[in-house]
Every structure is written in structure tokens, then in C-alpha cells.
Design a protein around this ligand. Structure first.
Ligand SMILES: [Mn+2]
Length: 313
């Protein structure tokens, strides 16, 4: 399958690289890691990077391309196989479509190839491995992007998705001459404002009977600091991580546009993906999410998590 993807890349003059909406560091990292490497290796091809953007973008602006171009292109979608994680125009126009992902979901998008490596820490790790296999040089810019993606999804190599292979591939990336300390500062040094927000967020965390930590972020909290839903939802969920008493933590955030409740679920060891799936979501065994219609539904989900926490005591 790896060879088939390379053959398609060689065959097409026009290549579009996309990833899921509300991009995290892995979505950006895999997208730009692939983009810089392909641009360098195939200078005659037209290569585009598309999608929404947010403050986590430490790379370049996205391209705006005509539907007519996309319809003639090879479209590569990274870090998701789920239509709910994408705007429809991303997966509706293509000549050939390839999915590359590490999430534990079944693709519900029409595609020509779905390359899923469930044991990979991140989509950036998959892209790095593919580039190494394909003997396409990883440039310094590509290496920086891939490194950012890997540290994003592994929590700087602290989550249990980090494997020996992750380190082997990361060693090769770091060997391209990137400055690991500088990148860590760039990504993780916080502002005074953000520290204040995180401290207020944490002070409002509550706990169920069996110590599932949770937080309900309403419109007032989001507007008080002029935040975005994705910053609060994905960006703050792990403020609840790292407490010995707390096996599972979940973050509910109202979407200011749709008024849906965006739910992120995390756990140290106990698998929680079944709960996300029950409510129409997906992701990984210990890091997943779903979209709910009401706060009542959020309470029901919380009860489900509490039951899982109790039965795993
Ligand atoms: Mn990812």
C-alpha cells in the first residue's frame, strides 16, 4: 500500500494535502511535514495545503484553491478518516483520494486508499516513516513540522502511545539538524494570559463520585477571555491530567456557532473510546471525543464514565 501511495504521488502533477478541521499540532505537523518534503523533492509539481487555521499554526497560511483544480488532483487527507472531522468540500472533490491516519475509526469517506497505522503515535510519525521508506529526503523544515506533530500527540513522549519506533523515527528526524530546545520553547512557553486562564479553568474542575474529573465550559467562560471553542476544548482538557486520584477526565465546551457541546475524553489507562463511540464520536482508546446536543446528554455521558471508573477500581 505504501508503494501504491508513492506511485500516485509520482503520477499526479497536482497534489492537495488536507487534514482534519480544528487542527492540532499533529494535523499541522503531518500536513506541513509532507508538504515541505514533496515540494523539495518534486519541484515541478503543484502542491497545495488546505484547511481551516487557528492560533496553533506555526507554519504558513493555507492555500485557497478552485474546486476545478481539486477535481483533477490527488487529494491526501491526514490525521482523520471521519467525515465529521472535515468540511465537505475537502473530501468531495478529487481525482484520487488517499487517507492516512492513526485513529481507531472506520473510514466513512469515499476513498481509493486508506492507510491506517493504529500503532503509530501520531500521523506525523506515519508521514516520517513513509518519507523514509520512499527515500524522499526529509528537509529541515519538514523535520521541524514532523517533530512538532510527534511531540504534540505524544505529550512530549510521555503518553503511552510513545513506542520504541516513535523514538527511532524521531531520532532520524532530529538528525536533520532541528533545534529541539528551541522548538519546545516555541511550542510550550506560555503567556501570562494563558496561565491565568488555565489556573481559573483548573479551579473550576469538579469530580464525580468515582473521581472522574470534569469541567463544563459555558459561553460566559469562553467570552470572558475571548477564547475559541477548540482552544478551550482540546487545549485545556489536559489541565486535568496528572492527578493520581483521577483515572479519567473529560471536558465539555459549548460551540459558540452551533451550541453543540464538544466533549473531549482522556484517561491514563482505562479505555474510554467505547463511550465516545456510543455518543457518535471516535478517536483513540485513551484520547477521544464526541459532539453532544445538550448539557443533559453531557450528564449522561458523565454517568457512563463514572461507571467505568467504578468498575476499574
Ligand atoms: Mn493525530
Amino acid at each position: 500500500m505504501k508503494q501504491e501511495i508513492l506511485d500516485l504521488i509520482k503520477q499526479y502533477d497536482s497534489i492537495v494535502i488536507a487534514r482534519h478541521k480544528n487542527p492540532d499540532f499533529d494535523a499541522y505537523g503531518s500536513q506541513f511535514g509532507l508538504y515541505y518534503a514533496l515540494k523539495n523533492h518534486f519541484p515541478a509539481k503543484r502542491i497545495y495545503k488546505i484547511g481551516d487555521t487557528n492560533p496553533l499554526n506555526r507554519f504558513e497560511e493555507m492555500d485557497n484553491i478552485d474546486q476545478s483544480i481539486q477535481e483533477k488532483s490527488l487529494v491526501l487527507i491526514l490525521d482523520t478518516v471521519a467525515s465529521q472531522m472535515l468540511d465537505k468540500n475537502i473530501y468531495s472533490h478529487y481525482d484520487k483520494l488517499v487517507l492516512i491516519d492513526h485513529h481507531r475509526n472506520d473510514p466513512d469517506i469515499n476513498h481509493d486508499i486508506a492507510y491506517q497505522a493504529l500503532d503509530a503515535s501520531s500521523c506525523s510519525e506515519i508521514i516520517a516513516e513513509l518519507l523514509l521508506d520512499w527515500k524522499i529526503p526529509i528537509t529541515k523544515k519538514s523535520a521541524r513540522a514532523l517533530y512538532i506533530g510527534i511531540i504534540g500527540d505524544t505529550g512530549r513522549f510521555m503518553y503511552n502511545n510513545t513506542t520504541a519506533k516513535t523514538f527511532k523515527i524521531t531520532a532520524k528526524i532530529v538528525g536533520k539538524g532541528i533545534d529541539v530546545g528551541e522548538i519546545n520553547n516555541e511550542i510550550y512557553i506560555d503567556t501570562q494570559k494563558n496561565k491565568t486562564i488555565k489556573s481559573e479553568f483548573f479551579s473550576l474542575v469538579k469530580y464525580t463520585k468515582n473521581n472522574v474529573a470534569y469541567r463544563k465550559n459555558d459561553i460566559d467562560f469562553i467570552k470572558k477571555y475571548n477564547l475559541t471553542t477548540s482552544y478551550v476544548s482540546r487545549g485545556l482538557v489536559n489541565q486535568m491530567a496528572g492527578m493520581i486520584e483521577v483515572p479519567i477526565w473529560t471536558n465539555f465546551t459549548i460551540d459558540l456557532d452551533t451550541e453543540d457541546i464538544i466533549c473531549e475524553i482522556r484517561s491514563r489507562e482505562i479505555p474510554v473510546l467505547s463511550v465516545a463511540k456510543k455518543y457518535g464520536g471516535g478517536g483513540h482508546l485513551n484520547a477521544c471525543g464526541c459532539t453532544l446536543k445538550s448539557w443533559d446528554e453531557a450528564d449522561k455521558l458523565l454517568e457512563d464514565l463514572d461507571k467505568i471508573a467504578r468498575s476499574n477500581k
